[in-house]
Design a protein around this ligand. Sequence first.
Ligand code: BG6
Length: 505
Amino acid sequence: MHKPPHQMLVIFGASGDLTRRKLIPALFDLHRQNLLPGHFVIMGSGRTGHTDESFRDLFRESLEEKDRDAAASFLQQLFYHPADQKSKEDFAALAKKMETLDKQWKLNGNRIFYLATPPGQYIPIACQLAGQGLNQEKETDGFTRMIIEKPFGHDLKSAQALNRNLKKHFGEHQLYRIDHYLGKETVQNILVTRFSNGIFEPLWNRNYIHHVEITSAEDMGVESRGTYYEQSGALRDMIQNHLLQLVCLVAMEPPTVIEPGAIRNEMLKVLQSLRPYTEAEIPKYVIRGQYMASRVRRKYLTGYREEKGVDPVSRVETYVAMKFYIDNWRWGGLPFYIRTGKRLPLKVTEIVIHFKPTPHKLFRKEEDNCSTCNQLIIRIQPDEGILLKFAMKIPGAGFHVQDVNMDFHYSDLSSAHLPDAYERLLLDAMNGDATLFSRSDVVEAAWAFVDPILRAWESNHDNPLHGYPSGTWGPDVADYLIEEPAITWRYPCRNLSEDTNYCEL
Ligand code: BG6
């Protein structure tokens, strides 16, 4: 793989949680794989007063634990400059330091700004950078890009305002809105599974698929992020971005080429085809829940309202399940079911394509139902892989039929290193490949779909919020979203291969 051009990565919010947990570890792993640019500087910035050395010390121990030699060479590329978003002088000094380092390290004026700050700082920082001319791209000066973390707005109006304001200073081609789900290897593999295997193409539509189910479950609660979560909730935190991105990849038409514009155009069309809910439909088709305290294997699990930073009478949802339709030629009339939640029994993300039953049942039994139909399970995490369920005759007299699994696990590809999503996305941004980043219209289309739900929940407190005990699969009422009595949500196991849906027909 070729290395990205020489450049500087400037991280705002550099002493924050995201930098420590995700960005520095991902950059360090890229460094160990020799994938970073030949000349590369990481400049941390933020309100905290660090020197270059004290900034390096923040990460020294954890990096040395992984690889002492690599840590030494990596750390010397790290620098820091304190900057308050309100101070023009701070940004002037930052610009100066960037210029000096650019010359010393021969970076050719190439730079990426990474906004890993609370969202309220995005625009002030963008304005300050523009004030110093740091938004400019000239042919001789190299490129300038900006990576923006989620949440990208908190509703449609604020997302539109954010886009408008960012675009006053930066062109769309400079803006990289990150959704780390798109950086996951298994998420990208959805495109390959669909568009490089001739067997799926003819089946991938309403004629052969009965319904599509997507689950992204977490066993953890909100942990230390109660204050953030109170402003967000599961709909904004997971559905508006990660889950709708998965829906796009499952439902989109084949792009003409694998290029950012072509892929994003197809994703946009999916979002624009989502059938909007009427206000009356929302309580029926969108179920929200909140985890309650419970005891699981003798361990006490706190309820959401007891978490730090959470209002004791909070009505913020930690679980959402919804049913919707995509009104287009391929998917017309076929239901999509998606759900996400915290404090569910395990951490798992998967997409299940439920195929229709055979037109005539030769091996029939009364309780035969669609849970015994063919299923294609695309496991995003953990035990990343793909599983196809189909029926086989059990050897012996009669026609006893059993569902069997044909499974592939990424771990079987011995040479496969599954890069962390941030590794892939940072590398793509350094290389100027925006395919896996969201375009402004795509982000806004996703907000346009969830906005009426947010408004209905905020304005009408009769919309129920269902409690569910921590460690369960969410409110029972979510089962009734699936209106056919014989069909239920899948209850996945941690390991794909443990997944046995035995049925004797
Ligand atoms: C983040 C959300 O975007 O995604 C978190 O803010 C959530 O609340 C996380 O836990 C889940 O990501 P992953 O990669 O662990 O599935």
